[in-house]
Design a protein around this ligand. Structure first.
Ligand code: SF4
Length: 368
């Protein structure tokens, strides 16, 4: 996109013709995704729900293998309700934002136990369920039950901001973008409309260098006409992420087991397994004090380098210490032994480990 204005088009406000052009395009170009049904097949709200929750903050490409194995293991809401939370968290490991998996499991119990496995059909009832937010409720209501509502995620925000050339920065613009998306939402085929907007945002109206020349909305797009599409949506500068620091202790037993600890249920990465570590604070822990609290008595050595991981609200830097201990090594009181277990290093993947802890283990076990 150049900066030269293109005013030659007779611009219309986005209306029924815009929507019709988009739906025509969708009929020919829609992505073949495993949670989408073929024409004439019934839509399963359970599949829409799982896919939409997985897709939040994650790419379609990354989600597909998780979605397929999740559905194979828990094909309906009753199976998911009966699953052990630990198994759900393990299946989720790698997708991040584990609170979503916990909420999914909780909600499945409500659906199976109180609603006989049936999803409420309206957005307002869906949003009242535990863990279903406004976006997911709108997505299920529109796609599975054809309620004329539009889920507005980052992709759709971008398309709408460009279409209407809205220069108010995000996040201030969120409410206005939702309102504008609602003005476009058709009474007929609202589910296809929502998915068409998602596909357009993912493949045509991309964050950088949108493919306006092949876009079905080009004739109605004010951002394109003004030559400012690729500058939209505007965003307020993000606050700098604070840094937290800590020390992690990987104890390796002579028989090939490593020590893992389950985190408390509440809070960040709740209920997941971790390599025991100090608290994560602004300042580095004092080394001697930290080593005095190691989870197993032994000769601890600092693994060269450090592990860096970015969470939504902070960046974490971890120094990693490692030791090799006898097969009968006892866990110290500090490490909270009832939450700890020795795990065969070849079976670590069976435990719900967040990405940051996989990084710690790889870092600690690689040859230096
Ligand atoms: Fe996006 Fe360009 Fe299409 Fe406008 S014309 S909606 S900027 S791809």
């Amino acid at each position: 996109m150049g900066a030269v204005a293109r005013i030659q088009l007779p611009l219309r406000p986005a209306g029924p013709d815009t929507v019709a052009a988009l739906l025509d395009w969708y009929d020919g170009e829609k992505r073949d995704l495993p949670w989408r049904v073929k024409a004439g097949e019934p839509i399963d709200p359970y599949r829409i729900w799982i896919s939409e929750v997985m897709l939040q903050q994650t790419t379609v490409k990354a989600v597909i293998p998780y979605y397929l194995s999740f559905l194979e293991r828990w094909p309906d809401v009753f199976c998911l309700a009966e699953a052990k939370l630990d198994d759900v968290l393990t299946a989720w490991a790698g997708l991040g934002y584990y609170s979503r998996a916990r909420s999914l499991h909780k909600c499945a119990k409500v659906l199976a136990g109180e609603l006989d496995g049936r999803f409420p059909q309206s957005e307002s009832e869906l949003v009242a369920l535990p863990g279903i937010g406004p976006y997911t409720a709108a997505a299920i209501a529109a796609i599975a039950f054809q309620e004329p509502t539009t889920p507005v995620d980052g992709n759709i925000e971008r398309v709408v901001a460009r279409l209407f050339a809205l220069s108010t920065p995000l996040p201030t613009a969120k409410a206005e973008l939702r309102r504008l998306a609602a003005t476009m939402t058709p009474q007929k085929r609202p589910g296809d409309f929502a998915q068409a907007m998602m596909d357009l945002g993912a493949g045509v109206c991309t964050p950088k260098r949108p493919s306006c020349m092949v876009c079905p909305l080009r004739g109605d797009c004010h951002g394109y006409a003004k030559g400012i599409a690729d500058t939209l949506p505007k965003r307020l500068a993000k606050p700098v992420r604070p840094v937290r620091r800590g020390m992690a202790f990987l104890a390796l037993r002579e028989d090939g087991h490593v020590l893992l600890r389950r985190r408390p249920e509440a809070g960040l990465l709740g209920g997941m397994y971790e390599v025991p570590s100090t608290d994560w604070d602004q300042e580095w822990p004092v080394e001697d004090e930290a080593l005095g609290m190691a989870p197993v008595k032994g000769e601890w050595w600092l693994v060269p380098g450090m592990v860096v991981h970015t969470f939504t609200h902070f960046k974490l830097e971890l120094l990693v210490y490692r030791t090799l201990v006898a097969a009968d090594a006892a866990v110290t009181l500090w490490a909270n032994s009832e939450r700890c277990r020795w795990v065969n290093r070849n079976k670590i993947s069976q435990f719900a480990l967040p990405s940051v802890m996989n990084k710690v283990i790889s870092h600690a076990l690689k040859e230096h």
